[in-house]
Design a protein around this ligand. Structure first.
Ligand code: CP
Length: 305
């Protein structure tokens, strides 16, 4: 992987995913026990996070991951950069490359922008979320969370519930989960579950209560208002009642089932406060695992095996 970019989960083999997950699990211990730090594998490396869209988890966890490994970070604020004077994203990236930056971590509203940069640069580009397209490091941390719970993947049944149409998280997870033998089901308002998901391998289900009762993992997704021009949902209260996770629906879940959400969550819309705090909710574990998963990706791309 050294020198490659990390743009998608679609091109990762089962062995590559398992290696990344194994490395991520090792880094969980390092991240959660600061006595094991500093780990200076990436001493002398310089990483530039370029976030053109809002982020809390992904940006901070990449920064923490880089620092845990001994790398330095460029603090480029997009709103105070020469982008404001009309410089293109590609020219901005080339400028950073010319300063011997070692890798870019890019979030942008345009699907395919990180891949476009990777095609035009000779340093690794990491996709930190591009439009509706993919969020591959989110899928990695989700799989790490699932593996910590279940040990293995084959035969697990995961239900994605909510705004599938605009979800880069659902796409990256769908690719990686199928590679690992996980059965993926998707449900939500018909306007927000595009038929293309069936062509990509997901089973689209209409009976949410039955699908929830059969799932090992229920993965809730936020309605992405920022990506919608027209009304895909008639009312929030109706959405919450029909597609949300509340105490009534929680009661249907199997005793071993877990609840995931990539965050940020709209509590009261796609899940109730009780669901967020449910003992088998693993939402905070996902956040914690984000640092370790991103350490593994930086390790792979910048230091190799
Ligand atoms: N899950 C996720 O990408 O969260 P942020 O938008 O806070 O980075």
């Amino acid at each position: 992987m050294k020198g490659r970019s990390f743009l998608s989960t679609a091109n990762l083999s089962p062995a590559e995913l398992q290696q990344l997950l194994s490395l991520s699990q090792n880094y969980c211990d390092v991240n959660n026990n600061h006595r094991l730090l500093p780990h200076k594998l990436l001493r002398g490396k310089m990483i530039a996070p370029l976030f053109f869209e809002a982020s809390t988890r992904t940006k901070v966890s990449f920064e923490r991951a880089a620092r845990n490994l001994g790398a330095d970070l460029v603090d480029l604020q997009i709103g105070a950069s020469s982008i404001i004077k009309g410089e293109s994203v590609l020219e901005t990236a080339r400028t950073l490359q010319a300063m011997a930056i070692d890798a870019l971590v890019v979030r942008h509203a345009s699907s395919g922008l990180p891949a476009f940069l990777a095609d035009n640069l000779h340093i690794p580009v990491i996709n930190a979320g591009d439009g509706w397209h993919e969020h591959p490091t989110q899928a990695l941390l989700d799989l790490l969370t699932i593996s910590q719970e279940f040990g293995s993947f084959a035969g697990l049944n995961v239900l994605f519930l909510g705004d599938i149409r605009h979800s880069r998280v659902a796409r990256s997870n769908l690719f990686a989960m199928q590679t690992l033998g996980i059965k993926v089901r998707m449900a939500g308002p018909p306007t927000l579950v595009p038929p293309e998901m069936k062509a990509l391998g997901a089973e689209i289900v209409r009976d949410i209560d039955q699908a929830a009762a059969e799932a090992d993992v229920v993965y809730l997704l936020r309605i992405q208002w920022e990506r919608q021009q027209s009304g895909f949902v008639s009312s929030l209260s109706e959405y919450s009642k029909l597609y949300g996770m509340d105490e009534e629906r929680l009661a249907l879940l199997q005793s071993h089932a877990i609840l995931l959400h990539p965050g940020p969550a709209n509590v009261g819309v796609e899940l109730s406060a009780a669901a967020y705090a449910w003992p088998r909710s693993r939402i905070e574990a996902q956040v914690n695992n984000g640092v370790a998963a991103r350490m593994a990706v930086l390790h792979w791309l910048l230091a190799g095996d």
